[in-house]
Write a protein that binds this ligand. Structure first.
Ligand code: NDP
Length: 338
């Protein structure tokens, strides 16, 4: 069966694509240019390549941007929407982040509703950013929590990204409530995600945001001192996030639900210690041992409840050590040092 996967170039999407192919799906990815599409196709092994194609959607914020995708070719059974800007600096918060995040989300739902009656489930990559409420944390977070960040706060670049995720997810649930479409919706609210970098990556400078701290450690960019861990200190392995998306597509009870997808806690000193122990040859690039011993993990930290993801999606979470080791190995491989 055929799945539309938006934002095919992305870190998370690259793993969702692998997972979909492993499960026997045919996949059409959307990208912003032909060149990016070609790079993805080249990164897929020959046997699976015939089940992947790409379409160019230049501006996901434009009304009807996805209509043609759904009208062309054999019908789709499922949609996974991952495309959304994830950086921490914006020239124009509305144009560069909030519009593509929110209008991209409502736009794809409108297109499915209008042009793709065969689609049974849409899974959207939301974020823990749509759940967390720093600094007023409850004792335990779960899917019942919504970020209370406001539109006014979103104009401050520090809050723009998390606001974009909250408003985009909210718009998706509002769309479903208002239009009673024939598909059901599920959202994956994954936390800060680490894991092997995409094979189709153009260069380590364009690496996705959440893998920066591991890349920076490996490249010696924290040699002078460890950057503080704040503000996020939970992580999840990208392969667990990918599995969550694929299971949320097909598990009937996943419809209508959000899934808080969290594997455990981390801190930058903990990342450093794992790399030091498992990659002795990187010693000269790492922050000094005495700094790594000072764990800045908050003492009064909050807890997370990932029961729903384990029970409904049957997720089993990868531990921090394996995640870090596999991420570092993928970076070294990319740099040709392995
Ligand atoms: P990447 O930066 O690797 O991927 C982002 C994807 O979105 C790319 O395919 C990118 O395309 C596309 N994109 C960005 N801006 C636009 C735009 N204006 N119009 C069209 N496409 C756009 O990051 P991730 O893989 O980490 O992020 C993927 C999704 O996961 C996002 O929705 C993000 O919010 C969410 N997420 C990520 C977490 C993390 O820790 N990594 C945690 C929780 C949620 P292009 O290559 O052309 O720029």
């Amino acid at each position: 069966e055929k799945v539309l996967l938006t934002g095919g170039t992305g870190f998370i999407a690259s793993h969702v694509l692998d997972c979909l192919l492993d499960h026997g799906f045919d996949v059409v990815v959307t990208v912003r240019s032909r060149e990016k599409g070609q790079r993805i196709i080249k990164s897929i092994n020959e046997e699976q390549r015939k089940r992947v194609s790409y379409v160019v959607v230049e501006d996901i914020a434009k009304k009807g941007a996805f209509d043609e995708v759904f009208k062309a070719g054999p019908p789709f059974g499922y949609v996974v929407h991952t495309a959304s800007p994830y950086q921490m600096q914006w020239n124009d918060p509305v144009r560069d982040c909030l519009d593509p995040a929110i209008k991209g989300t409502t736009g794809i739902l409108e297109s499915v509703h209008a042009c793709a009656p065969t689609v049974r489930r849409v899974v959207i990559t939301s974020s823990s950013a749509a759940i967390l409420n720093p600094p007023n944390h409850p004792k335990v977070y779960d899917e019942s929590s919504w970020a209370d960040v406001t539109w006014d706060q979103a104009m401050d670049p520090e809050h723009t990204y998390r606001a974009s995720k909250k408003f985009a997810e909210k718009a998706a649930w509002d769309f479903v409530a208002a239009n009673a479409p024939s598909f059901t919706l599920a959202t994956i609210n994954n936390t800060y995600t680490f894991g092997p970098i995409p094979r189709s990556l153009a260069g380590l400078d364009s690496l996705n945001t959440s893998n920066h701290r591991i890349r920076d450690l490996v490249q010696g960019r924290m040699r002078g001192g460890i950057h503080p861990t704040a503000p996020v200190f939970t992580f999840v392995d990208v392969r667990d996030v990918a599995r969550a998306h694929v299971r949320a597509l097909t598990v009937p009870e996943a419809g209508g639900k959000r899934f808080y997808v969290v594997g455990g806690y981390f801190s930058n000193p903990r990342l450093t210690s794992i790399i030091r122990r498992r990659f002795p040859r990187l010693e000269g690039l790492l922050p000094p041992q005495k700094e790594a011993a000072k764990d800045d993990f908050p003492e009064d930290h909050w807890a997370f409840d990932n029961t729903r993801s384990r029970e409904v999606l049957r997720l089993e979470y990868t531990d921090l050590e394996k995640t870090v080791v596999d991420t570092v190995e993928s970076i070294l491989r990319f740099e040709g040092k392995e």
